[in-house]
Design a binder for this molecule. Structure first.
Ligand code: SF4
Ligand code: SF4
Length: 392
């Protein structure tokens, strides 16, 4: 790849080349006696012309070569070789997700600035973060992956259109036609601009004209977020999996007329949430991702099914023999599913359990299994134990 100094050198060489050609043409014409005040009547000596041309070009080449060598030595930009090494391990998507102007900008910043973390490349994920950390000598820390989430479920069959749009099949073009053809001006237009701009092929359009994100391919680079004209896409941390998939700020009645799956700001989620995570503002419910424990209690209660649960299957919790009867699970459960006497093994009422995984995460001895987050919780606890043993 070219860096700034290489580009400067190439520009100087190109300019020199074009100047030489121009000079050569000018001198050849003058020598050959064409035009102006030079006598054109005499014969042209081709041999002499060629010798002159070669001598002239050779001389010019030597002059410019010496000039370039001098300029290269005098104005050489000293770059840390680590910049090139980091640049080589970055994926080259130039997506800007790191907050810098492309991969070169990030490579320079992470090498030069001690405050720039080695794990800012979202498409590169963990392997690139470790490689950058190794090259720069910085501490590698895991970065929670981010995924693009489509904050609208108003597919074409589930939403109302104001008119028939027959222009260019692109959302950015469709929105120029009076704000788009959908009655809800906040919703996904469904012409697939996001799918086309995704450099990783992570978005496809389903048969109902809604984008579907493949989280295995999605790197959280935010290109789709920037391209979507209705700002329907949000790139969010992977652990935030219960979301109000609607952006409509229309009044509840209007939203209901325009879309079958929009948030009508009824506030039911606010009432049922045990952690005060949702709140309704501007006719729209929003879940505070820092408060939400992804228990999923609000999901079935929403009358329009506007809340999307990205945890596909919520299997129920069960308590294992290493339970110490501390009663923590009974205290944290939002649906009072665990019970038992202090210091005796507890049990979980399967009919009540909603598989939220809160007890699994809070159990001090990792005695609760079966929930979607159990393997992750156990792995984190094992890692913690290992680090503690190493430090001792
Ligand atoms: S999410 Fe945005 S860019 Fe993608 S299809 Fe919908 S309106 Fe178009
Ligand atoms: S998932 Fe649970 S914690 Fe999150 S908003 Fe819904 S009810 Fe509240």
């Amino acid at each position: 790849m070219f860096n700034d100094s290489k580009i400067k050198k190439i520009t100087i060489i190109a300019l020199s080349f074009y100047c030489s050609i121009a000079l050569l043409l000018f001198c050849s014409i003058a020598f050959a006696g064409v035009g102006g005040e030079i006598d054109v009547s005499g014969p042209i000596n081709i041999k002499e012309l060629l010798i002159f041309t070669f001598l002239f070009l050779g001389g010019l080449g030597i002059v410019f070569g010496v000039g370039l060598a001098f300029a290269a030595a005098k104005f050489a930009v000293k770059t840390d070789p680590k910049v090139e090494q980091v640049r080589d391990v970055l994926p080259g998507a130039n997506c800007g997700a790191c907050g810098f102007a492309g991969c070169q900008g990030y490579a320079e910043a992470v090498v030069i600035n001690p405050d720039v973390a080695p794990n800012l490349c979202a498409p590169g994920k963990g392997s690139v973060a470790s490689a950058v950390a190794r090259i720069t000598g910085k501490a590698a820390s895991a970065l929670e992956p981010n995924f693009a989430r489509i904050m609208c479920q108003g597919s074409w069959p589930k939403s109302v259109k104001r008119f028939r749009y027959e222009g260019v099949q692109d959302c950015r073009a469709a929105i120029l036609a009076g704000g788009g053809d959908k009655a809800c001006r906040y919703g996904c237009l469904g012409y697939g601009t996001c799918a086309r701009v995704c450099p990783f092929g992570a978005i496809t359009m389903n048969d109902d004209h809604l984008p579907v994100v493949d989280i295995v391919k999605c790197t959280g680079c935010r290109k789709c977020e920037a391209a979507c004209p209705t700002k329907v896409i949000e790139v969010l941390p992977a652990s935030r999996q219960v979301l109000v998939a609607c952006h409509s700020k229309d009044k509840g009645g209007d939203t209901r007329k325009n879309c079958q799956v929009g948030c009508i700001a009824c506030g039911i989620c606010v009432k049922v949430c045990p952690f005060d995570a949702p709140s309704v503002e501007n006719n729209l419910s929003r879940i505070d991702l820092n408060k939400c424990k992804v228990c999923g209690l609000c999901v079935p209660k929403c009358p329009t099914k506007a809340i999307r649960d990205y945890i596909p299957h919520r299997s129920k919790a069960f308590i294992m023999d290493n339970c110490i009867g501390c009663h923590t699970c009974a205290k944290v459960c939002p649906v009072n599913a665990p019970s038992g006497e202090q210091k005796k093994k507890h049990s979980i009422d399967k009919d009540k359990c909603i598989g939220c995984g809160i007890c699994t995460a809070r159990c001090p001895v990792q005695a609760i299994d079966g929930t979607f987050n159990a393997s992750e919780v156990f792995a984190a606890a094992a890692e913690k134990k290992k680090k503690k043993a190493e430090a001792a």
